[in-house]
Design a protein. Structure first.
Ligand code: FES
Ligand code: FES
Length: 160
């Protein structure tokens, strides 16, 4: 049903006249020009479309915008910018953690959720947090290393 939907995305409030059954990535990409969340499987299986909803790593392709009012949504664009990258983004660049990059928006979002609740995760904990995120390029080892590097740098910042 077409109606006004109010969404909180990356700390900004958006009032949009949209079909309330539209999927979140459709609205992000077509109404708001936020293209970080990518379509992969469209079935909640790959993680390419992940965003944070109230801090939880969620498959946005499975979320209808009409059910998201009152929730805090964070997309890749809300995590860092080219001018002010998040330590995760810097670590992924420094280790060249990825090949095609298609999976990385969702993986960085998921890693942000992990580090927010656990600043010193083990390799197993990182792997567990990212376990539903597929990377068909097979860049898993560098991805795990990049998350660990970001965590280490963030802990060093806090300690400084
Ligand atoms: S596109 Fe949403 S989980 Fe694959
Ligand atoms: S870097 Fe290509 S899918 Fe992960």
């Amino acid at each position: 049903m077409l109606r006004e939907v109010t969404l909180s995305i990356n700390g900004q409030t958006h009032r949009l006249s949209v079909d309330d059954t539209a999927s979140l990535p459709d609205v992000l990409r077509t109404e708001l020009e936020l293209k970080g969340a990518r379509y992969g499987c469209g079935a909640g299986q790959c993680g390419a479309c992940a965003v944070l909803v109230d801090g939880e790593d969620r498959a946005s392709c499975q979320l209808e915008v009409g059910n998201l009012e009152g929730k805090s949504i964070t997309t890749l664009e809300g995590i860092g910018t080219p001018e002010r990258p998040h330590p995760l983004q810097t670590a992924f660049l420094d280790l060249q953690a990825g090949q095609c990059g298609y999976c990385l928006s969702g993986i960085i979002v998921a890693a942000k959720a992990l580090l927010d609740r656990n600043p010193d995760p083990s390799r197993a904990e990182i792997a567990q947090a990212l376990s539903w995120h597929l990377c068909r390029c097979g860049a898993h080892n560098r991805i795990l290393a990049a998350v660990a590097l970001a965590a280490e740098r963030m802990r060093a910042q806090v300690a400084a």
